[in-house]
Structures are given as structure tokens and as C-alpha cells.
Write a protein that binds this ligand. Structure first.
Ligand code: HEC
Ligand code: HEC
Ligand code: HEC
Ligand code: HEC
Ligand code: HEC
Length: 213
């Protein structure tokens, strides 16, 4: 007695083909949506020298502004020049193989070519100093850099992400979880457990021209 129709003999084949197509779809989906070009979250390129924020910030206790000197004054935070590294590495770890490219850069005067991780499209206007002097800490946008062996992008830097905070700061003005005392902006371990008065009346733009100038 035949319970299943004969045509079902092809079923395993069909299921197999379907599964293969499905798998390709899933792989494509993951590749497309999770690739740095789409969300960029998690993007963490290897650098020419394995500079570690975990060591230099987390363990040695250097302040962000020792290297990213422009962050409170200008739109760009700036990655430090070789000279900044050589302040110490002229005397510390002078024979380290890992530091060879830094020494070559120092001797030849050729700047290091660090791979850029956070990069907005040219049509977006962004200014570090406005945010930092308003009491928005580095950690709000870059995560726990002090724990990273290699810098990794923590936030999507998408328009929705920018606007989410701009709206929130507005709504909760005076006690937004994002605003901290300006003295604490580089303190990676700071927690928002008390009411913090913003340093000035904050007015983050939600209109298009605020960010697309
Ligand atoms: C001793 C110097 C030094 C200190 C101190 C330092 N950085 Fe950096 N930072 C670098 C260098 C060099 C790079 C580029 C190489 C890399 O990405 O690791 C960098 C890269 C970055 C980037 C990624 C830049 C990009 O391409 O998008 C961020 C974000 C950053 N640092 C934030 C911080 C924060 C926040 C602190 C303080 C908690 C800090 N840094 C402290 C030297 C430093
Ligand atoms: C304030 C001093 C200081 C500055 C500035 C500094 N470093 Fe360092 N760096 C150290 C110390 C201390 C160590 C750890 C030495 C040890 O492990 O005993 C170290 C270790 C390293 C190592 C690991 C070397 C190895 O062989 O293990 C690398 C790579 C490195 N630093 C890169 C950099 C780069 C790139 C910069 C500039 C962006 C920089 N450092 C700036 C003090 C500094
Ligand atoms: C409001 C969010 C925000 C805060 C707060 C913030 N950053 Fe950034 N950071 C960004 C964005 C967005 C970019 C990419 C900027 C671009 O492409 O123009 C960036 C880029 C960088 C870069 C790459 C080089 C550059 O200047 O573009 C470094 C280094 C950096 N940030 C360090 C810091 C440090 C250090 C702090 C704290 C003192 C900080 N950032 C606070 C959002 C932020
Ligand atoms: C964690 C909160 C937060 C995030 C995330 C954030 N901002 Fe802001 N932004 C602020 C605050 C607070 C101000 C208001 C500063 C003031 O009024 O003094 C501001 C102000 C601005 C301004 C006005 C600057 C000026 O010169 O008037 C621009 C432009 C801006 N943000 C762009 C961006 C962009 C683009 C992003 C995303 C890549 C972003 N912001 C992400 C909090 C944030
Ligand atoms: C707080 C800052 C901010 C404001 C305000 C803002 N944008 Fe944007 N916008 C961005 C950022 C950041 C991007 C880049 C997103 C990315 O790269 O994923 C962007 C991207 C875009 C894009 C390109 C989208 C794409 O998929 O390539 C368009 C179009 C745009 N914005 C239109 C607008 C319009 C219209 C308004 C007003 C209703 C507006 N924006 C307000 C920050 C902002």
C-alpha cells in the first residue's frame, strides 16, 4: 500500500535545492547587512602597528586628550602624529619589533597611515568640540575604548542614531543620561547616577540643515 504519492519521491531533492538557495540567501543577507558598508558596527581593521588603547589608556592611564588633542577645540579629534608615540618610545621598548614602523616613520618623517574606522559621508557635518563641551562623553559614541585591544566601531553612526540622541537630549533636557560633567568626558568608567545640569542650554539640531549644510 502506498501512503505517500509517488511525486513526493522528489521531495528530498526539492528540499535540498530550497535549502541551498535559502543558505545562499542567508549568507548574502549576513554579508550585506552586517558588512561595514551597511551598519559598520563592529568594524575593526587591523592597524600597521598594533596600538592598544587597553594598554595605554586602561593600564597606563593616559587621558584621551594626550593624543587626540583637538577633540575639545575642533570638529576633528585627530589621530596623533608619530612624535607623540616617540615621547615615550624613544626610551620605552626601543627594540620592539612591533614598533618598527613607528621608528621608520620617525626617522624618515613619513606620517603613519592608520586605517580610518569612523567616517561619516562628506555630506554630513559633525563637530567633536560641540558635543564634548556640552558634556557628551567619548564613551557615549565610541564605547569602552579603554578596554579595546584594537579599536572597534560600537555605534552605527547612522542618521537615526544621531537623531535618537538629539531628540532625547531635548526631551530630557537637564537630566539626560548622556550629559555628564564636562570634567568627566574622557572618564570611561563614569556612570550617570546623579542629576547633571548641562553646562549650557543645549539645542541639538533636528532640522535637515543642521547636519546637512
Ligand atoms: C597614546 C595615544 C592615544 C591615547 C591616549 C588615546 N588614543 Fe585613541 N587612537 C590613538 C591612535 C594611534 C589611533 C589610531 C590607531 C587605532 O585605531 O588604534 C587611535 C584611534 C582612536 C579611535 C578611532 C579613530 C578612527 O579611525 O575612527 C577612537 C574613536 C579613539 N582613538 C578614541 C580614544 C579615546 C576615547 C581615548 C581615551 C579613552 C583615546 N582614544 C586615547 C592613540 C591614542
Ligand atoms: C606615556 C608613554 C607612552 C606613549 C605616549 C605611547 N606609549 Fe606605547 N607603550 C608604553 C609603555 C609603558 C608600553 C609597555 C611596555 C611594557 O610592556 O613593558 C608600551 C607598549 C607599546 C606597544 C607594545 C610593544 C611591545 O613590543 O610589546 C606598542 C605597539 C605601542 N606601545 C605603540 C604605541 C604607539 C603607536 C604610540 C603612539 C600613538 C604609543 N605607543 C605611545 C608607553 C607609551
Ligand atoms: C556625539 C558622538 C561623539 C562623541 C561624544 C565623540 N565622538 Fe569621536 N567620532 C564621532 C564621529 C561621528 C566620528 C566620525 C567623524 C567624521 O567622519 O567626520 C568620530 C571620529 C573620531 C576619531 C577619528 C578621527 C576624527 O577626528 O574624525 C577619533 C580619534 C575620535 N572620534 C575620538 C574621540 C574622543 C577622544 C572623544 C572624547 C573626548 C570623542 N571622539 C567623542 C562621534 C563622537
Ligand atoms: C549622545 C548624544 C548625541 C549623539 C549620539 C549625537 N549628538 Fe549631535 N549634539 C548633541 C548635543 C547635546 C548637541 C547640542 C550642543 C549644544 O547645543 O551646545 C549636539 C549638537 C550637534 C550639532 C550642532 C553643532 C553646531 O555647530 O551647532 C550638530 C551638527 C550635530 N550635533 C551633529 C551630529 C551628528 C551628525 C551625529 C551623528 C553622527 C550626532 N550629532 C550625534 C548630542 C549628540
Ligand atoms: C543629527 C544629524 C542629522 C540630521 C538632523 C539629519 N540628518 Fe540626514 N544624515 C545624517 C547622517 C549621519 C547620515 C549618514 C548616514 C549613513 O552614512 O548611514 C545622513 C544621511 C542622509 C541621507 C542619505 C541617506 C542614504 O541612505 O544614503 C539623506 C537623503 C538625508 N540624510 C536626508 C536628511 C533629511 C531630509 C533631513 C531632515 C528631515 C536630515 N537628513 C536630517 C545626519 C542627519
Amino acid at each position: 500500500m502506498q501512503i505517500f504519492p509517488r511525486s513526493l519521491n522528489k521531495l528530498p531533492l526539492v528540499v535540498g535545492a530550497g535549502a541551498t538557495a535559502g543558505l545562499v540567501g542567508v549568507v548574502f543577507f549576513i554579508w550585506y547587512y552586517f558588512s561595514p558598508y551597511f551598519t559598520q558596527v563592529g568594524y575593526s581593521p587591523k592597524q600597521p602597528v598594533p596600538y592598544s588603547h587597553r594598554l595605554h589608556v586602561g593600564q597606563l592611564g593616559l587621558d584621551c586628550r594626550y593624543c587626540h588633542v583637538n577633540v575639545e577645540r575642533a570638529p576633528l579629534a585627530m589621530v596623533p602624529p608619530t612624535e607623540t608615540c616617540m615621547n615615550c618610545h624613544q626610551v620605552v621598548k626601543t627594540d620592539s619589533k612591533l614598533l618598527e614602523p613607528i621608528r621608520v616613520s620617525w626617522q624618515t618623517g613619513t606620517p603613519m597611515e592608520w586605517n580610518r574606522i569612523h567616517k561619516l559621508p562628506d555630506y554630513v557635518y559633525f563637530d567633536h568640540s560641540v558635543h564634548v563641551t556640552a558634556g557628551v562623553g567619548c564613551a557615549a559614541c565610541h564605547g569602552r575604548i579603554d578596554q579595546m585591544e584594537q579599536v572597534r566601531m560600537e555605534k552605527p553612526l547612522s542618521m537615526g542614531w544621531c537623531l535618537e540622541c538629539h531628540r532625547d537630549v531635548k526631551v530630557k533636557q537637564g537630566d539626560s543620561e548622556f550629559i555628564r560633567p564636562v570634567s568627566q568626558i574622557t572618564n570611561m568608567a563614569y556612570t550617570h547616577d546623579a542629576h547633571v545640569e548641562p553646562p549650557r542650554k543645549l539645542n541639538p539640531p533636528e532640522n535637515c540643515a543642521g547636519c546637512h549644510r
